[in-house]
Ligand binder design. Structure first.
Ligand SMILES: *Cc1c(COP(=O)(O)O)cnc(C)c1O
Length: 434
């Protein structure tokens, strides 16, 4: 019924605006059928990520393991002790389920999780520096994904931005000179999605902490991605582990739950207990709180980190980034082999390529990978890409020159059959256009 109404309304509006009434009974019926199909399927759907970008913000960032989702499902399907203390039978605290394990893993005194990292930064600034000045280096006034900009979040939190230094160089004395009786916070922001190279200098967190101590001003580090394992053994030197920053003595550290940590969407705040008490008491904390499904997924994800090897094996983000080359190659080969039947319709080959972490994480790191390059001969690569996106499930891949590149890093074993069937279907359709 809704589909009929929508299609007829659209036609009437069209007539009023002077559209020609050129339609037949058949086209009307076809449009209604298409609209009915659209209305009866979900808007938010699974897609196959063939981009190779592991933390793809537009495709939902971190994917979660079956084990983690089972825990979230079990909690969601029934009642839980979300805010109920099973020992006393009295009201409990929602954050009680995650603070202890987060403290264990990071070495911090206390921890708190809110809706996302932007919320974490907003809440911390508002608690520690409302109406006061926050000193930040000009080289760290970042924008992430268009909607999170340090100066805007600062304004929204009612803190006053006090920029110091220049784009390429900021010295410790720049911070020191800017300190006055109205300074509320020294803030360092991780240059997540860019790197300033050449004639540069920034102040390390350790020096900033010493300066803060000297003047009795708290120091906060917005780490952005927030990795809980040391990636140096894997050849990645640009992302400090959260544990290292905690050890530096920073008072408050914020990071995302769904970037390198590989959990659900969330903003993690770890640091000094005295400050976390204040942060939790801020009325904004209630507005930014996480729901039970998120908490359940976080608890299960964080437990994996109690054993680093298990974390790397079981957390999809870490596994996808650090998986051995030959596993990726084997999947690319399987896809190539599956596409044999459409050899006449496209040139198919396995190529070496490089994937990105994504999500503003590890901007400089290249992850060598294998991809399947498909160059259709009977339709344009753009038409091919559009059809792949419109398939069920949609397959998201990128175009390079006149070939479609399907990065096998982010295509799971279980998705290979679907990818092969969809591509074979599209290419054989293209052979005899009706
Ligand atoms: C990603 C990022 C944020 C925003 O985190 P969300 O979880 O997307 O809200 C804030 N600061 C930095 C440095 C980031 O990299």
């Amino acid at each position: 019924m809704q589909a009929i109404r929508d299609v007829l309304d659209a036609r009437r509006t069209g007539f009023r605006k002077g559209a020609s009434p050129a339609f037949t009974h058949e086209t009307l019926v076809r449009d209604i059928a298409l609209e009915a199909e659209r209305l009866s399927s979900f808007s938010l759907r699974r897609v196959i990520n063939a981009t190779g970008i592991v933390i793809h913000t537009n495709l939902g960032r971190a994917s979660l393991s079956e084990h983690v989702m089972k825990n979230a499902a079990a909690i969601g399907q029934g009642y839980s002790n979300l805010e109920y203390d099973l020992g006393t039978g009295k009201r409990g605290k929602r954050h009680s389920h995650t603070w202890r394990i987060l403290s264990w893993i990071t070495g911090a005194e206390d921890a708190f999780i809110v809706n996302n990292n932007a919320a974490a930064v907003l809440l911390c600034l508002n608690t520690m520096a409302r109406g006061r000045e926050v000193i930040v280096s000009r080289g760290e006034l970042v924008e992430i994904g268009g909607s999170f900009r340090v100066p805007d979040v600062m304004a929204a939190s009612n803190a006053v931005l006090r920029e110091v230094g220049t784009t390429n160089k900021t010295h410790l004395f720049d911070y020191e000179r800017a300190i006055n009786e109205n300074t509320g916070l020294l803030l360092k922001v991780h240059q997540s999605n860019y790197k300033i190279t050449g004639f540069t200098e920034d102040v390390g967190i350790q020096d900033l902490v010493s300066l803060g101590r000297k003047h009795g001003i708290p120091v906060m580090y917005d780490l952005g991605s927030g990795c809980l394992v040391d990636l140096k053994p894997y050849g990645i030197f640009t992302e400090p582990a959260v544990q290292e920053i905690v050890a530096s003595g920073a008072d408050i550290i914020t990071f995302s739950g769904d970037k390198l940590l590989g959990g659900p969407q969330g903003g993690l705040i770890v640091g000094k207990q005295e400050l976390l008490e204040k942060i939790r008491k801020n009325p904004l904390a209630r507005a930014l709180r996480t729901d039970k499904l998120t908490i359940a997924a976080f608890e299960a994800t964080l437990r994996e980190y109690l054993d680093e090897e298990r974390a790397i094996r079981n957390i999809p983000v870490l596994h996808l980034l650090l998986q051995p080359q030959q596993e990726i190659h084997a999947r690319a080969k399987r896809i190539e082999k599956g596409l044999k039947p459409v050899k006449g319709q496209a040139e198919v080959k396995v190529v070496r390529d490089s994937s990105k972490a994504g999500g503003g994480s590890l901007p400089e790191a290249e992850f060598p990978t294998y991809a399947v390059s498909v160059r259709p001969s009977k339709m344009t690569v753009h038409a091919f890409e559009t059809r792949l996106r419109g398939s069920s499930p949609p397959v998201i891949a990128r175009i390079r020159e006149d070939a479609l590149i399907l990065d096998a890093r982010t295509i799971s074993d279980g998705e290979i059959t679907a990818v092969v069937q969809i591509i074979c279907g599209l290419l054989s359709d293209g052979q005899n256009p009706s």
